[in-house]
Design a protein around this ligand. Structure first.
Ligand code: SF4
Length: 488
């Protein structure tokens, strides 16, 4: 489906690309049902620990320096401000830059939900602009404003000239999607709609747009890219509006996670012909090399890339092979967002670890361009199969699976999930940092981390001995799909 930036509303992942949040079976069955069009999402009678898409969407936008986020909704929705605070204060300080990004909740009350509050919203926008002089303003809706049909688009259009900086309506009604990653698309849509400008004539650049979360490997990637005479532009953590306005001039767009970067990458390609790097991601050896080679191909730098790969292989492959000897035959269960679930599964198999079950917090049947996500395609092409479920962080299902399979380790990117595995006595690895398995160096470190975790299991064993879990034997004997119902 083409990306339509003339409308501020983004269709949900469910409607746009057929994403689902409920499935239990195997990887191959999931893929074949997706391909023949019979895959239907399932729902559960309750959600244990999902989240609102506005936290994702506004978290992304508030990472940009010196902007204003105006969240038009009841005070409770402003819980998203905790992410904004972290991005503005902690991440900017880590990088050594300053950010005056501010987050304002409009505190809708009962009267506002009955009579509407567009007039107050107009005043708040103008006051925020006067007081903080932001470089751009993002005006977000919430469930309540969406339900009463508050016309934030008209208000934004009305004040556009007066504020004199880019201003855009961001439709973040939490009820519209069960998939929090829809928030990433909403943020990207706002950037494509109002911030990115057409390329300036005659401007030549060696920049690569690099969509990531927290840019922790920034210095390292800058150094790697110097080998190819390329310069990464990290998004959106600590980006400036000026940088974002020139994304259309870059040589290509890449990302650390397809779930995070797919919308922006496809949008820039569709609108401005900036090629989007569609490869498995940079985790593990196969992923890192495939990604570098694709960058080399797209930017005409294949020779330089091959030289770099050869040099780095000589340093790291023998060391990785050494650790692999001790990992062979171990088993793993993992639970992550779909981008990482299928990328990390590949790396574990690469290290000789058997994945027995993988949970993805949602599943994208295809990406914006209609292709199966590359991480999934790689597993299928290499005939890798395992038990698979799609569950939006339903930890009670994780516990059922851990109890059944008794794996040597559980890996998750969400601390609220790993802690349950530890209480169960299962060694757990928190793949918190997005660059934890990036390239040769971090794949080696990751392999060593796994080894440390499985060699010394006393912490998990002791904690499990002293923990009474809320689950009964009855639940452990159930099939994990007990509470699943097909969505009609
Ligand atoms: S937008 Fe809706 S789902 Fe999100 S926090 Fe507000 S009320 Fe909750």
């Amino acid at each position: 489906m083409p990306i339509n930036t003339s409308n501020s509303n983004v269709a949900t992942r469910e409607n746009r690309i057929g994403s689902i949040t409920g499935y239990v079976g195997t990887l191959h069955d999931l893929a074949s049902q997706s391909q023949c069009g019979t895959l239907k999402g399932c729902s559960r009678c309750f959600s244990q620990s999902s989240t609102c898409l506005s936290s994702c969407g506004l978290g992304q936008l508030s990472a940009i320096r010196d902007v204003a986020i105006i969240h038009h909704g009841p005070a409770g929705c402003s819980v998203a401000s905790s992410t904004a605070y972290y991005m503005t204060k902690v991440m900017a300080k880590k990088r050594g830059v300053s950010s005056n990004t501010i987050y304002v909740g409009t505190d809708m009350n009962e009267n506002d939900t009955i009579f509407g509050s567009t007039e107050s919203l107009r005043k708040i926008i103008l006051e925020v602009n006067k007081r903080y002089s932001p470089k751009a303003i993002f005006v977000s809706s919430a469930c309540a404003t969406g339900i009463i049909g508050e016309d934030i688009d008209s208000i934004v259009d009305d004040v556009r000239e007066e504020v004199g900086v880019p201003i855009v309506a961001v439709h973040c009604e939490g009820f519209k999607s069960r998939i929090w990653a829809t928030g990433f698309d909403i943020a990207d849509h706002a950037i494509l709609q109002e911030i990115v400008k057409p390329p300036r004539e005659g401007v030549k650049t060696n920049k690569i747009n690099f969509k990531n979360f927290f840019e922790s490997a920034r210095p390292e990637i800058i150094e790697i890219f110097k080998n190819f005479d390329l310069e990464p532009v990290f998004l959106y953590c600590n980006s400036t509006i000026e940088e974002l306005s020139h994304l259309s001039e870059s040589l290509a767009t890449t990302c650390i996670c397809g779930t995070l970067g797919n919308y922006l990458g496809n949008g820039l390609e569709e609108k401005y012909n900036v090629p989007y790097i569609r490869s498995i991601n940079q985790c593990g050896i196969a992923g890192f090399e495939a990604w570098l080679r694709e960058i080399g191909r797209v930017t005409g730098r294949s020779d330089k890339v091959e030289k770099y790969i050869e040099e780095q292989r000589a340093i790291y492959i023998p060391q990785i092979e050494e650790v692999k000897k001790e990992l062979a035959g171990l088993t793993a269960v993992l639970g992550m967002g779909p981008g990482y679930t299928f990328e990390v599964s590949r790396v574990l198999e690469e290290l000789g670890i058997k994945v027995v079950w993988a949970l993805a917090w949602h599943y994208d049947k295809k990406y914006e361009n209609g292709d199966v996500p590359p991480s999934m395609k790689y597993l299928l092409d290499n005939d890798i199969d395992f038990g698979a479920s799609v569950a939006d962080q339903q930890n009670y299902e994780v516990m059922n699976i851990l109890n059944k399979y008794q794996p040597d380790m559980y890996l998750s990117r969400h601390p609220g999930s790993t802690v349950w595995a530890i209480k169960n006595g299962t060694p757990a690895i928190y793949v918190a940092d997005e660059y934890m398995i990036f390239g040769y160096k971090h794949t080696l470190e990751f392999a060593k981390t796994i080894l440390n975790s499985v060699k010394n299991r006393s912490f998990e064993a002791n904690l499990a001995k002293r923990t009474k879990l809320p689950y009964t034997d009855w639940w452990y004997k159930q099939d994990v799909d007990t509470f699943l119902e097909e969505v009609k």
